[in-house]
Design a protein around this ligand. Structure first.
Ligand code: 3NM
Ligand code: MG
Length: 500
């Protein structure tokens, strides 16, 4: 039987020292807790069962699970949703045997050895990783892991393609929770939540502290991509792709998967009509040049002059003299408002715009980027470029970078290496950017910037999800389209967005 997905994001562990514990739990649940653990080390069994029933009433009303610390018997007696055990309790498979398949079973893990034990055991539904920091709530037997210790555990799970939810615990506060989630993430994969005691239970206003923590967690986990997709579905943008022959089919499928309408054309004389369709936008991708001499220029010019978004993708800029001249001229003459490419291509374009003839460029081999640029160095370069040419730059790579003309910058981390093992993932992304921004006014730079970040995050998210369900590039491509199609239903973004 498939269990309901559990939202672990805000995991409140009760504090036995709270005199008004019921009130604290109620306030916490009312202000964003998604799961509660009753942790009582010293109560007699009868009193513990009674207390558990009282807490269960609150969590049941809120529709969230109640987990009992250590005590399988108490859980079974009063019907809580699960149990959490540590290494000095019953071993997980013993707890599982008693609990049956439907209860949630959590297990504490401090290091890789303990993780391997839990994986071998195979009974845990989630792990609690900690203690991350020192805490006065519990006497720790081992030194705190820090975010880096957590990261080792997440890395092991990611490297072995194991999807086991986790929460982090120990010394987490309203302020340090979100940064700890980001710092302990690996390849864009984050822990699923924070388990907290004192930052809520000892707060002067537990409700207020909960609300603030919820808001900080939402900034890390929550995504409005489903709403963006919803607006795409409600009024499907028509996206003209003047793109290379290699990726036409895949780009059209990607655009369809997210609910927009692709139209592929190399016929200059129909571009003006297309640019007049309400909510249309154009992708101009200069890969596999050229079908007609005027095609790119006409596409850029007609859409630009009719006030539409233009996503320019200077494929392989820098690779040959022809491509350098073509991309430089198109960019400088028609000033597309969004440029989407890889690091090698943008560095080449920037140098060309600064007057270099680019012939000494060694940074681009074919159309794939061989440039290993530090994201922060790239951001510094892009901020100048974007401000000078009043464009948004969306640069894809292991870490994506997005910059706006008014100095906003974001990185997106995540995805999977299989994204680079099928053709067209970069090129088709331009169509997603175009679809997400098509209905946004050109001068609403802030929204265009955030929609562009959303488009790149969509790819990292779907790349990650698709790789978990595929053995190689073939099934990855199919799964990737499935994941794009399912973006309308996601609640948690499985990649990391940071603003700089
Ligand atoms: N378990 P606070 S740390 C209950 O490392 C608990 O397994 C830990 O409390 C572990 O949020 C801890 O007040 C205490 O630091 C967490
Ligand atoms: Mg225990």
């Amino acid at each position: 039987m498939v269990k309901h997905p559990v939202d672990y994001s805000f995991y409140f562990v009760t504090d036995p020292t709270n005199e008004n514990y019921i009130d604290v739990i109620q306030q916490c649940v009312d202000n964003g807790a998604t799961i509660v653990q009753l942790r009582e080390k010293h109560l007699d069994t009868g009193a513990l069962v009674a207390k558990a029933r009282e807490v269960h009433e609150i969590t049941q009303k809120a529709g969230i699970p109640l987990i009992i610390n250590d005590r399988v018997d108490v859980c079974l007696a009063m019907g809580a949703e699960g149990v959490h055990v540590g290494f000095d309790d019953m071993i997980p498979c013993e707890a599982r045997r008693l609990l049956g398949p439907d209860k949630i079973l959590g297990v504490s893990v401090h290091d890789l050895d303990e993780l391997k034990f839990v994986l071998e055991d195979g009974s845990a539904d989630y792990i609690g990783i900690g203690a991350v920091y020192d805490t006065s709530t519990k006497k720790l037997k081992q030194a705190p892991t820090g975010p880096q210790g957590v990261k080792k555990i997440i890395k092991y799970l990611v490297d072995h393609k194991i999807e086991l939810p986790s929460v982090i615990i120990g010394g987490l506060s309203v302020e340090n929770s979100a940064p700890s989630i980001i710092q302990s993430s690996y390849k864009g994969v984050k822990t699923n939540g924070v388990a907290v005691v004192s930052c809520i239970s000892q707060a002067a206003h537990p409700g207020e502290a909960s609300k603030q923590l919820r808001s900080n967690l939402d900034a890390v986990y929550k995504t409005h991509i489903p709403q963006v997709i919803q607006s795409v579905y409600e009024s499907p943008p028509v996206i003209l792709h003047v793109t290379n022959t290699v990726v036409q089919n895949f780009s059209a499928n990607v655009t369809l998967a997210i609910g927009a309408s692709p139209i592929m054309s190399y016929e200059d004389s129909e571009f003006a009509d297309l640019s007049l369709i309400p909510g249309s936008a154009v992708v101009v991708n200069t890969g596999s040049p050229k079908v007609s001499d005027t095609m790119y220029a006409t596409a850029l010019h007609t859409f630009k002059s009719n006030g539409k978004h233009v996503v320019f993708d200077p494929v392989g800029c820098g690779a040959t003299g022809f491509r350098r001249a073509l991309n430089k001229e198109l960019f400088l003459k028609y000033k597309p408002n969004i440029v989407k490419c890889n690091a090698g291509e943008i560095i080449s374009l920037i140098k060309l715009c600064e007057g270099s003839d680019g012939s000494e460029e060694t940074t681009v081999r074919g159309v794939d980027s061989t440039v290993l640029t530090e994201p922060l160095e790239l951001i510094a370069l892009l901020k100048q470029f974007c401000s000078k040419y009043r464009c948004i730059a969306a640069i894809t790579g292991e870490v994506d970078v997005v910059c706006s003309p008014d100095g906003h910058a974001a990185t997106v981390t995540g995805g999977d290496h299989l994204l680079t093992r099928i053709t067209g993932t970069g090129c088709s992304l331009s169509g997603v950017v175009a679809s997400y921004v098509a209905h946004v006014p050109l001068d609403d730079l802030d929204t265009v910037f955030h929609r562009t970040v959303d488009a790149l995050a969509s790819y990292k998210h779907c790349g990650r999800r698709a790789s978990l369900n595929s053995k190689g590039p073939g099934s990855f491509q199919a799964q990737f389209l499935n994941e794009l199609y399912n973006l309308k239903n996601i609640t948690t973004l499985e990649c990391v967005i940071e603003y700089h």
